[in-house]
Design a protein around this ligand. Structure first.
Ligand SMILES: Cc1ncc(COP(=O)(O)O)c(C=O)c1O
Length: 336
């Protein structure tokens, strides 16, 4: 599948590394676990949204927008990166925060600090469960009444335009896999807004390899999340004019590692964060990647992967948020 004719901005001028997690693999007694470092993508603080924003912002510029509008939870990585893309493009950015299991604190650390530092134009805060799509429409109308033109970036960049970033990522992974002479048998990723997961599944389906992808949910139940991911894939199939439909069974999500709720880590999440920090020197976050790593470790322990297989963990970023969770991470008994 050739994405060349879709408008795209380039925010990362290199392939993100794939590295072996030797200590973790040894501790778990196999399989061979590798990590794709999308936490090292371009734009301020990195993370998976950068790949999606390359296509989403190109679309916004094509429409003549002068302001990006988007939404997320109060420690949203997606909001921080949308703002960073706006700064890079000389656009303005307005954010809508939903207080999902966490209150907005104007003096908050982590992503909130970075949002202020990068000069977010306006912040609107709404309670959990608000219809954020309608709220963003109102924000867009407000801009229009000021003679400006807003572009709404879907929550989490989770639509078919954003997902093209992860179709591209599949091309990158396959190129690296050839260079490294390693065949990956399974990919494990976070499944939130679904853009990352759907792009990976569609990209693999359209390739010459068949690598199963397991999505670890961070918020929704298994069925609801699988439907969400599959919905994006269907739009992606239309957008990219793929000859072949992606089967529904290719979408596989697990909801066993969400813990107490969105942005609420379980003990296993914190243990996974500590383990990766102490054994690999890699930072994971309590909202997404810590849960995904807890999921991967849980799956290894239950014998889900064959002993000598090569598993690719996608590090989707989120590192700036950990500073806001310092006490949660340190209050649990430290390993080692
Ligand atoms: C660090 C991080 N990982 C994973 C995700 C989930 O990715 P997606 O929204 O593409 O499902 C997000 C979404 O906000 C995120 O910020």
């Amino acid at each position: 599948m050739n994405l060349q004719h879709f408008p795209r901005r380039i925010y990362t001028e290199y392939n993100t590394p794939i590295q072996p997690l030797r200590h973790l693999s040894k501790i778990l007694g196999g399989p061979n676990i590798y990590i794709k470092r999308d936490d090292l993508l371009g734009l301020t603080g990195g993370g998976n949204k950068t790949r999606k924003l390359e296509f989403l912002v190109a679309h916004a510029l094509e429409q003549g927008a002068d302001t990006l509008i988007t939404t997320g939870a109060v420690q949203s990585n997606h909001c921080r990166l949308t703002l960073a893309a706006a700064v890079k493009e000389g656009l303005k950015c307005r954010l809508l925060f939903e207080e999902r299991n966490r209150k907005y604190d104007p003096n908050g650390n982590g992503n909130l600090f970075l949002d202020r530092l990068m000069g977010v134009e306006k912040i609107k805060v709404v309670p959990d469960g608000t219809d954020v799509v309608s709220e963003m429409d109102i924000m867009k109308q407000e801009l229009e009444s000021e003679g400006r033109k807003g572009y709404i970036v879907a929550e989490g960049g989770g639509n078919d335009i954003g997902a093209m970033g992860y179709v591209n990522c599949v091309h990158e992974i396959l190129e690296q896999s050839q260079e490294m002479e390693i065949q990956f048998d399974h990919i494990v990723t976070a499944s939130g807004s679904g853009g990352t997961h759907s792009g990976l599944v569609a990209g693999i389906h359209d390739s010459t390899v068949n690598i199963p992808v397991t999505g670890i949910n961070v918020r929704r139940g298994k069925f609801q999340q699988e439907q969400k991911v599959y919905g994006i894939i269907r739009n992606l199939v239309d957008r990219l004019d793929l000859h072949d439909d992606v089967p529904r069974e290719a979408v596989h999500c697990l909801d066993d590692y969400i813990g107490p709720g969105y942005a609420l880590p379980s003990e296993d999440t914190i243990a996974a964060i500590q383990l990766l920090a102490q054994k690999e020197g890699i930072l994971l976050d309590p909202v997404y990647t810590g849960k995904v790593m807890a999921g991967l470790i849980g799956l290894v322990k239950e014998g889900y992967f064959s002993h000598d297989s090569n598993i690719l963990f996608l590090h989707t970023g989120g590192t700036p948020a950990i500073y806001e969770f310092k006490s949660t991470i340190l209050n649990q008994h430290i390993l080692g």
